[in-house]
Structures are given as C-alpha cells and as structure tokens.
Design a protein around this ligand. Sequence first.
Ligand code: FAD
Ligand code: NAD
Length: 467
Amino acid sequence: MTHYDLVIIGTGSGNTIVNRRFADWKVAIVERGTFGGTCLNVGCIPTKMFVHAADVAATPSVSSRYGVDEQLLGVRWTDVRDRIFGRIDPIAEGGSEYRHHNPDNANVRVYDGTGRFTGFKELTVDGKDGSTSVFSADRFVIATGSRPIVPPIPGLEETGYHTSNTIMRLEELPRRMAIIGGGFVAAEFAHVFASFGVEVTIVLRSNELLRLEDGEISARYTEIARDKYDVRLNHETVRVERRDDGSILLGMLNPDGADELIVDELLVAVGREPNSDLLNLDATGVEVDREGRVVVDAYQQTTVDGIYALGDVTSPLQLKHVANHEARVVKHNLLNPDDRIEADHRFVPHAVFSAPQIASVGLTEEQAKERGIPYVKAVQRYADIAYGWAMEDTTGFAKVLADPKSGQIIGCHVIGPQAPTVIQPVIQAMSFGLDAYTMARGQYWIHPAMPEVIENALLKLDLDPER
Ligand SMILES: Cc1cc2nc3c(=O)[nH]c(=O)nc-3n(C[C@H](O)[C@H](O)[C@H](O)COP(=O)(O)OP(=O)(O)OC[C@H]3O[C@@H](n4cnc5c(N)ncnc54)[C@H](O)[C@@H]3O)c2cc1C
Ligand SMILES: NC(=O)c1ccc[n+]([C@@H]2O[C@H](COP(=O)([O-])OP(=O)(O)OC[C@H]3O[C@@H](n4cnc5c(N)ncnc54)[C@H](O)[C@@H]3O)[C@@H](O)[C@H]2O)c1
C-alpha cells in the first residue's frame, strides 16, 4: 500500500498548506469536486462579483437624490454571469493543473475523487474515473468544508430548487424568486436578484432577518429589507409543488393561518452542514460533535494524533478568513510538531454584503447582557458624518461597546456604506489591545472619509475618566 507523509482532503483552504517547505514530504491531495473549494467556485468570490454588479445596477434607483437622473437600461444576465465565471473557472482549472502537473508539485499526487477512511490512518478514494485507491499516511488534514442544508419540506425534491451552488449559473433571470431562509445567503442574493429586477420574496421562520447580528442591526436590516423585498416573517414553508405552467407554489403556515406564494425560481438558504459524514471518521477514530463538526483542540488537531482539521468541517464560524487562519496554524504545526501554535478565535469578524452592508466583530449587546459583562455603548449615525451627508445616508450607523473601566472595545457592529472596510481598524484595535480612547485620539483619521463614523462612535463612549 502506498504510504504518504501527509494527505490533505479538500482543496479549499486545505490546498494552501502545501508549498516548497514540504518539498521533501510525500504528499497526496484528494478532491471530489471542483478544485479550489467553496470560496473560489460557489462562495465568497463569485457572490461578491455579483454583489458589485448589483450595486451598480441599483445606483440609478437612488441617484436622483444627488440631483443626477439616471436610468437602468437593462441587465444582461448572461454577460454578468459569464464575465464572473469566465474569470473564476480558469483559476480553478489552473489550480488543478498546477497541482497535477507543475514540476513544483513533483512530490504531490492528486486524487480526483471522494476520500473515506477505511482503517486507522488509511484512506480509500473512490475516483471520479471509477478507480479505487487505498493508501495510508502519518498525517492527515481534514479540510472538506460544508454543503447547503436541504430541509425536509414535502415536495421540495420533486419540484426542484436551487442552492447557492447553482443559483449563480441560471440560464436566465426569473421574474419572481423565493428565498427560504433569512441569513447571509438570503440577504446577499436578495440584493443581487432584486437589483437585477427580479421580484424577490424572502420566506423565513423567525421574526427577524439576520437574527444572529446585534439586535439593533437585525432590526434595522429587517426594516430596510421589508421596504425593498416581500418579506414573509414567521412563515414556515410546509409544501412546495410545481404547477402546470412551470411555476412553483410554496405553501406556508404563519401564526395567522395558511399563506401561498407563486414564483419561478426557488433558492434554499437555510444554513450549511459539515462534510464529515462522507469520511467514515469512525474508522480512524476521529470524533465529531452533535452537529457533525470534527472536534479539534487549540492546535486544530483532532482526537487522533497527527490528524488535523480546519475550516467549515470543524468550525461553527463558516468563514473563509477563519479557514485560512486555521490552515496557517495547521501548516505551522505540521512543520513544527515540537513548537506548535494555537488558533486565535478571539475576535473573528464577519460581513454581510447585502444592501446596506453589515459588519461585526466581538460581542453583541445581547451577548454582553447575557454574560453579565459591564459595558458602555455609543452609536454614531452615518447621517451625522460628512461622507454620510455626501451619500445622503439616512439608515446607517456604527455601534461600539467597550469596557467602561479599561476602555477595551468588546464589540462593534456597523450597518451602512463600506461597513466591511470601515470596521477593519476596530478589529485591529481589539486584536492588539488598543483601548477606545487611544484608538480614537492616538492617530489621524482621514477627513472626511467614512471611518469617521467609527472615530465619532469611539469618542462618544462614556468611559471611566480614571481608566
Ligand atoms: C454563497 C456563499 C458566500 C460566501 N461568502 C463568504 C464571504 O463573503 N466571506 C467569507 O469569509 N466566507 C464566505 N463564505 C464561506 C466560505 O466560502 C467558507 O467558509 C470557506 O470556503 C470554507 O473553506 P474550507 O476550506 O473549509 O472548505 P471548502 O472551500 O468548501 O473546501 C472543501 C473541499 O473539500 C472537498 N471535499 C469534501 N468532502 C470530500 C471528500 N470526502 N473527499 C474529497 N474531497 C472532499 C469539497 O469538494 C471542497 O472542494 C461563503 C459561502 C457561501 C456558500
Ligand atoms: N458574507 C459572508 O461571509 C457569507 C456569505 C454567505 C454565506 N456565508 C457563510 O455560509 C453560511 C451559510 O449561509 P446561510 O445563509 O445558508 O445560513 P445562515 O446560517 O446564515 O442562515 C440560515 C437561515 O435559515 C433559517 N433556517 C434554518 N433552518 C430553516 C428551515 N428549516 N426552514 C426555514 N428557515 C430555516 C435560519 O433561521 C437562518 O435565518 C453562513 O452561516 C456563513 O457562515 C458567509
């Protein structure tokens, strides 16, 4: 049986581990799908390329507030789509080609197929070409990501539906689209398709969109979304069927009774589950938790010595920057087994590229309350800073929570233009222990740029003068 020094299963962030420092290792990489994983092929990168096109398409609807009258003449969907995938698909192919054939990878063998453990540190790969390969290794990295959850709604399978994996490759724009779910994917695709002229209906069970955000952010986003889209809160989808004219009917229940909706396309966006079940992890002794996530310690090592895991298959934070960080930790620990480092999950930010954009780091106000953590808070509206005037923004704000005594920032939540960029200095301050006052007054803030929304929020904090 072939024996490797290292086997990587999954080519999302897992693929970033192997470089020249592993030149004298015998390495295998296993991939069942498209090389490059979720972020490149069906996640962050294409979605944000669509989001930018949507931002452009949405501009004429607001430009008159600046005294500029514009008209959207049309959205050439296939041109939008083909520009995006015309750029991305070759990158995935190039990545695969590089690993398969480039002399840099003379020590690397790529297996195109699905890996599953068939013994202790023994993997069997069912190849896409029908072959079966069995090999062993000293070390493994499980980096198999996650996949969209498909809820057991009667009629869903027979009717057909899209997930984030397929919706970006539609042949044409539908007239009407329903999105089941009220999280990241729902918020981003609602913006994309509504900006392109599709009538979007969001159907969700809870009474708020993006309900895991800070309460004031979810409430503001929900209010804005209800103005733009048909949002059916507190609606449980209980059946789906295809009608004779090809349209799709959703049967829903809400506290007032039954409700129906007819659309042309259906996007299911109710979360993602870890790809741990395909791996037969019992065979090698790797444990998973109740949600199916691979259990790891602070070094990203699983319950088996020498088997590491990273990214969506192990983390409740299904974000590319988390997967990338964990990949760097795993790489270091593989190369330096006697001097391992721990992953740092203290201040993991996230952003939703919806309209408006949202970004967040640290505790929400609700979490601070629940945990009994003392805090002071300040809110700064975009409407009251110079660039907010320029944009005529009326709904955006930045909210900062800080420890009243030390001034350390414990959370920051932003809804409004450039939120994912505006929040970055706060992530830096939290990561390096800079207190709110020093952060605000210890540096220049470019005037009149958007980060002034953060500067002003920091200055409004009612911190203990003795700190
Ligand atoms: C629509 C969408 C938008 C997103 N936008 C953002 C964003 O803006 N910012 C952000 O931070 N995050 C975003 N994410 C999340 C981000 O894409 C993921 O957190 C990240 O890609 C996870 O990386 P990973 O390496 O853990 O897994 P993946 O990139 O999913 O890689 C796992 C790979 O393993 C392969 N695989 C699985 N099982 C096996 C097996 N048994 N054998 C062989 N191969 C296997 C899969 O085919 C896949 O290629 C988005 C996700 C989605 C779906
Ligand atoms: N900008 C980004 O970073 C970005 C963008 C897209 C996706 N992602 C990642 O991908 C993950 C998946 O995104 P998502 O939007 O699918 O999940 P999500 O967890 O963000 O939201 C899921 C939504 O579906 C609802 N829901 C759950 N089960 C349901 C059911 N049976 N019926 C109806 N509604 C149900 C939940 O209440 C929630 O509103 C995100 O959690 C995030 O980590 C990140």
